[in-house]
Design a protein around this ligand. Sequence first.
Ligand SMILES: [Zn+2]
Length: 295
Amino acid sequence: MKGWHWKTIAAVLCLVFAATAVPTGNSKAMADIGDIKVKGSDLLQAQPETTYPGDVIFVRSKQVTAVTMFQATYKLRKAGDEYVRFIPIPIDVKPGVYALKAADQKTAVNITVAAKTFANDSITVSKQMNNMRQNTKRIEADQVKINKARSQSNPEPYFTSKFIVPVDGTLTTPYGYQRIVNGKLDSRHLAIDIANKTGTPVKASNDGKVVLADSIYLTGNTVIIDHGINLFSFYGHMSKLHVKAGQMVKQGDVIGEVGTTGFSTGPHLHYGMLIGNTYINPNPFFAGSPYEWKK
Ligand SMILES: [Zn+2]
C-alpha cells in the first residue's frame, strides 16, 4: 500500500456494490474443539492464523481432503502434491476464535478473527443515476454471464508470486466501506477503487486466464481473470479492453485502460478479488503470495 493516500475524491464515485454476505457469526461458531490436537500439526495448515472479517485464509494439507469452518464443509482441491483451498472470512463475522477442523475431526487449527472497523461513506447522487441501478433485468442478465465466467477455475494455481496493484493512482475507496447513498444505508463496497486519468494502463495483477472481457451494465468494460484454485481478479469501468476471453496473461500485461464506463462518475479502476463468487480483501495478496502468508 506504499504511496497510497487514503482520501475520498468526491468527483470520483464508484457505485458498484456487492451484496453483503449472509451473517454467519454467532457464538455457536466459536471454537469447540474438545480434545482435538490443535497446534503443532503439519497435517493441516492455515495461513494466516490471525485474520480479519472480509479477509481470507489459505488452507493446505498433504492428507486432509475436506475441512469444516463456520458450520460449512469445504472440499480441498489437489494442487501438486497437496490439497489446498481458500476460505473467505465472512465480512460480518464476530471477532473471536474459530476452529478449522479436518472433516474427520482428528485435526484442527484455531483461527483468530481480530476486530476490524469499516468506515461509513455518505454520498449523494442524482436521482437519474440512482435510478440506473433499478434496471434489474439487465443487471440480472449480466450476473448470469459473470457467474458463468467464475463457475470454473483451473485446479492448479497459475501464479507463483504475490499480486501487484494493477494500476498507478490514488486509492479513493478501500475495501469494505459501508455506503450510505442519498441518506439510505446501502451495501458495502467490496473492492478497491484507484483513481487516475482515462487511458492509464491497467495491468493483470498476476498470471492467469481471461474468463470475461465484456461490456457490463454496472461495471462498464470489465475483465475477469482466473488465477486458478478458485481465485479471480475483477477489473471494472475501463475505457478500453486490450484482451479477449480465453487469452492467457502474465502479471503486468496491459489488459485495458482506466475509464469511467458503467455506473461511475469519474475515471478510476474498480479492482476486486474473489474466491468463487465471494469478494475478499485484496490487500493480503499484494503483501505476499498465499504460499508465504505467515502462519
Ligand atoms: Zn468500486
